[in-house]
Design a protein around this ligand. Structure first.
Ligand SMILES: O=C1O[C@H](COP(=O)(O)O)[C@@H](O)[C@H](O)[C@H]1O
Length: 262
């Protein structure tokens, strides 16, 4: 039987700064609620401009202390396969923006492999090890945990995580983590969750700011298929949010979202 997926909700803020602040506030509420319901919360981080801005705003938000950081698991949706500590790694940026400023236990932070790590310069081995780490954290029989929130930046080509249009990873139905070679956006080698892993999340939040993202957002909310428009395939089990600024929402047809959400 096919899974019923709720249609995405679109929320538009006036500019990127307000989008980052509003998303940070939304994350506080969502993680606190998850902890109240289930005891702990799990969050998948994204790289990219607006994704990192959200983490910076979360670090600055006084309400961030409402989250019990000792009971948060942090995962990544993708990683640039570079040496540990490289400024272009999503992990490095997330640590600087948020993780260095909140008391999340080291064992609950799950970075993807670095090119100088235990797997050596072997992204396939890094992908396999991350898939194993996810499996160990999942409920018995599941391949990945049911993430409470999966954050995903949307690229101008509608890529999410390191899933780029038309690339082999878009056809993946079995593996939860893949190595990506020849990424059209540097660096060329990356690791990424696949769409089946992303779709295991309770909530998927797609973030986009700026006019360069407007066409990608329009396609992702239209009838396009996920192979050519990866963001069109990123959907949560219970909820999918498109969290946009006004420019990123600029190509949506009139009436697509409630103007009051701006
Ligand atoms: O390279 C990446 O790009 C995307 C989008 O980044 P943005 O700067 O255009 O918002 C990001 O979601 C992904 O995690 C990252 O590795």
């Amino acid at each position: 039987m096919s899974r019923i997926v709720n249609p995405p909700t679109v929320v538009v803020q006036s500019d990127a700064e307000l989008l980052a602040k509003a998303t940070a506030a939304r994350l506080v509420t969502r993680l606190v609620d998850a902890q109240a319901l289930r005891g702990s919360a799990s969050l998948v981080l994204t790289g990219g401009g607006i994704g990192t801005a959200v983490l910076e705003q979360l670090a600055l938000a006084p309400a961030r202390d409402a989250i019990d950081w000792s009971r948060v698991d942090v995962w990544w949706g993708d990683e640039r396969f570079l040496p540990s500590g490289d400024a272009d790694r999503n992990e490095t940026q997330a640590r600087r923006a948020l993780l260095d400023h909140v008391p999340v236990p080291a064992e609950r932070v799950h970075p993807m492999a670095a090119s100088d790590g235990v797997d050596g310069d072997d992204p396939e081995a890094g992908a396999r090890r991350y898939a194993e780490e996810l499996r160990e954290a999942a409920e018995y029989g599941d391949a990945v945990p049911v993430f409470d929130v999966c954050l995903l930046g949307v690229g101008p080509d509608a890529h999410v995580a390191s899933l780029f249009p038309g690339r082999p990873a878009m056809y993946e139905t079995e593996r939860t983590v893949v190595a990506v070679h020849g990424s059209p956006k540097p660096p060329p080698v990356r690791l990424s969750l696949t769409l089946p892993a992303i779709r295991a999340a309770r909530e998927v939040w797609l973030l986009a700011a700026g006019a360069a993202k407007a066409d990608a957002v329009r396609l992702a909310l239209g009838q396009a298929g996920p192979v050519q428009v990866p963001a069109a395939g990123a959907r949560g089990r219970t909820r999918t949010l498109f969290l946009l600024d006004r420019e990123a929402a600029g190509a949506l047809p009139p009436g697509f979202y409630v103007p009051g959400t701006m």
